[in-house]
Write a protein that binds this ligand. Structure first.
Ligand code: HEM
Length: 261
């Protein structure tokens, strides 16, 4: 049993119910009731039980607009500014866990995003980009969680690490491509979405999931990770909703400009 963080208020997880390997219409259980079913790998359980949370985050209007190429340059600056606060706290939590016998296995410089965020912000907002770092309330809460639970609890740290970096290596890759193709942004303005030290994201994610599957954690710890991932999705969704609301205010004041302008 490791130290787990106090459970955050989150949207409900999908039930822990057993998912069985299936061969066509016949499940392994039905084939031979005497053989105990293979345990569901933790990475699969995590993905299944947090699927609703992922759906809510990825369907946010802000994300759809990024994918469509209909965000303004200011919108992107506001998003990267929130990420700057989040990744600064997440990457500090990574330093705190680097020597932990379990959580430390996830820590690698290959994922570090803060320098890319700073380069992109400078490219998009100019040398005074630090004046544009106002955090929305959900970002403040996110950073508190990263500095608190995720810095002291290995299960919370792994949950936040997984939510952001596996997301960046999945949907984040599509978003980066869309920004370059549909918004005409140059590579130098979208380095956050490009992991130079992870040339094969699929292979990296497979290794990452294998690491999740070999965690020496008990069921209570696994539950703590699932709960915290749901909390992370909730924070991401709220952050995007708050940026959307801010954007609506800006649009009604006539402040929108093209992203590539
Ligand atoms: C437009 C927005 C998004 C799109 C299109 C998208 C798309 C995807 C896709 C296609 C995958 C599956 C990749 C694979 O199986 O290798 C994935 C996985 C994932 N996404 Fe997203 N995503 C989006 C937003 C987000 C957001 C906002 C987060 C949270 C910060 C997030 C976190 C994750 C995580 C953690 C995974 C890995 C799930 C797993 O395999 O265990 N995604 N995403």
């Amino acid at each position: 049993m490791t130290t787990t963080a106090a459970p955050p208020p989150t949207i409900a997880a999908e039930p822990r119910g057993a998912t069985r390997a299936s061969l066509g219409d016949t499940t392994v259980d039905e084939m031979d009731p005497g053989v105990p079913p293979a345990p569901v790998p933790f990475s699969e359980l995590l993905r299944t039980r947090t699927r609703n949370g992922h759906g809510t985050s990825s369907r946010a209007g802000f994300m759809s607009d990024l994918m469509r190429g209909s965000c303004s340059r200011d919108d992107l600056v506001r998003l990267l500014a929130q990420y700057w606060h989040m990744y600064r706290a997440l990457e500090q939590a990574a330093v705190a866990h680097a020597r932990h016998p379990v959580a430390g296995a996830f820590v690698t410089d290959r994922l570090t995003r803060l320098p890319s965020l700073e380069a992109d912000l400078e490219h998009l907002a100019g040398p005074a980009w630090r004046d544009r770092l106002d955090a929305v309330p959900a970002t403040v809460e996110y950073v508190d969680r990263l500095r608190g639970a995720a810095s002291s609890s290995p299960t919370a740290f792994v949950a936040h690490h997984y939510t952001r970096y596996l997301g960046d290596l999945s949907g984040g890759q599509h978003i980066g491509r869309a920004l370059r193709l549909r918004s005409g942004l140059p590579d130098e303005a979208t380095t956050f979405f490009t992991f130079d030290d992870v040339p094969d994201p699929t292979a990296f994610k497979d290794e990452y999931r294998a690491r999740l599957d070999s965690l020496p954690w008990d069921e209570a710890d696994e539950e703590a990770v699932v709960t915290e991932v749901l909390h992370a999705y909730d924070l991401n969704a709220r952050l995007l909703a708050e940026l959307d609301a801010e954007r609506d205010l800006g649009a009604s004041a006539g402040a929108s400009t093209g992203v590539a302008s």
